[in-house]
Design a protein around this ligand. Structure first.
Ligand SMILES: [Cu+2]
Length: 353
């Protein structure tokens, strides 16, 4: 017969004693390892600082331990990362590309080429670019336009362009060995189609070796403009998480560009994600209105202040700038934006004056 009181069971008692011993051993071990880490940290503090500054915009090293830093050091690094914004860097992506007109056709030239790209101050990477820009130049057209885009490949590997979200003839879809042969180095390919989709935000990007090519910068915005715009100012924010780190428009904080508006203005923000991860974008101080997804107007515009932008998605959101101030605008996966050294990566600000 089992004993009526489990506490009298010798097996049960044994278990309690074993657990108590394990707890004491764990506590002792934890105390010892903390002491040894504190010793090592003083020596490594200097090297950690330099490696953080010289690395890519913070994929791995920005989320490390804070054991080596005093509160003053942490505060100073945060202050430095904040006060550096908006930082000047060489190179500006997403500049509007002016077409030439040829017999009623809007002609654009895109050159795929490698370029040295400054992601954030002093952090350079070899990017794959269109026309030496990350993102590539912004193409802006109207519904009904016929567009011709001449792609020249100055890379050392083949490439193609896919018109993401756009209704194009199958032969213009840009998928190698499905709709066309890849464009080999030093060769060109001409895409031509009529713009038939509703006004909104679309994309173009490489469809060849795309993990590397899109991850390194071969993407851009394709905007179909309305006949009459119902907003005062607009910004395009393309997110990526490839070889350049966590970026907005090819730059990491503090080199990301502010979204500047005057009080009372209506601000259109075109959001897009060409990366591999979800990026929940969060705007402080406001509730924005989601007007369109993937170029198409949503049936019922809805309010949000964090919007998950998935890989390949675009959103058009409107903010009425009624609340003056500097408002952080950042991905809410915190390891994409802020670490012990302060802000980095996928963050910018809406500045309402
Ligand atoms: Cu993110």
């Amino acid at each position: 017969m089992p004993p009526a009181d489990p506490e009298r069971d010798p097996l049960f008692r044994g278990l309690i004693i074993l657990m108590a011993v394990a707890l004491v051993v764990m506590l002792l071990f934890n105390g010892l390892s903390k002491r040894s880490r504190a010793g090592a940290s003083a020596a490594s503090a200097a090297t950690q600082t330099t490696s953080a500054n010289s690395s890519m915009s913070g994929m791995a090293d920005q989320t490390g331990s804070t054991d080596s830093m005093s509160s003053d050091q942490m505060a100073a690094m945060h202050e430095r990362s904040m006060k550096a914004y908006p930082a000047k860097t060489v190179g500006l992506g997403g500049q509007v590309l002016q077409p030439t007109m040829e017999k009623g056709v809007k002609v654009f030239h895109l050159m795929a080429m490698p370029a040295r790209w400054e992601v954030s101050p002093g952090q350079f990477a070899t990017a794959f670019t269109y026309n030496e820009q990350v993102p590539g130049p912004q193409i802006r057209v109207h519904r009904g336009d016929t567009v011709r885009i001449v792609l020249t490949n100055h890379l050392t590997q083949p490439t193609t362009i896919h018109w993401h979200g756009l209704t194009v003839p199958n032969s213009m879809d840009g998928v190698p060995y499905v709709t066309q042969d890849p464009v080999m180095p030093d060769q060109a390919f001409t895409y031509q189609f009529r713009v038939v989709d509703p006004p909104g935000t679309y994309l173009y990007h490489s469809h060849f070796n795309s993990t590397e090519q899109v991850g390194s910068g071969l993407y851009g915005a394709f905007v179909i403009e309305p006949r009459h715009r119902s907003w005062d100012v607009e910004f395009t924010e393309i997110l990526n998480d490839g070889t350049l780190g966590y970026t907005i428009d090819g730059k990491g904080w503090p080199a990301t560009a502010p979204l500047s508006a005057k009080t009372g203005q209506s601000v259109l923000i075109r959001l897009a994600n060409v990366g591999q991860m979800l990026h929940p974008l969060h705007l402080h101080g406001y509730h924005f209105t989601v007007m369109a997804q993937d170029g198409a107007r949503v049936r019922r515009p809805y309010t949000a202040d964090t919007l998950v932008v998935g890989p390949g998605e675009t959103f058009d959101v409107i903010v009425r700038a009624t609340n003056p101030g500097v408002w952080a605008f950042h991905c809410h996966i915190l390891s994409h934006v802020e670490g012990p050294q302060g802000m980095f990566g996928m963050a910018t600000a809406l500045i309402v004056s």
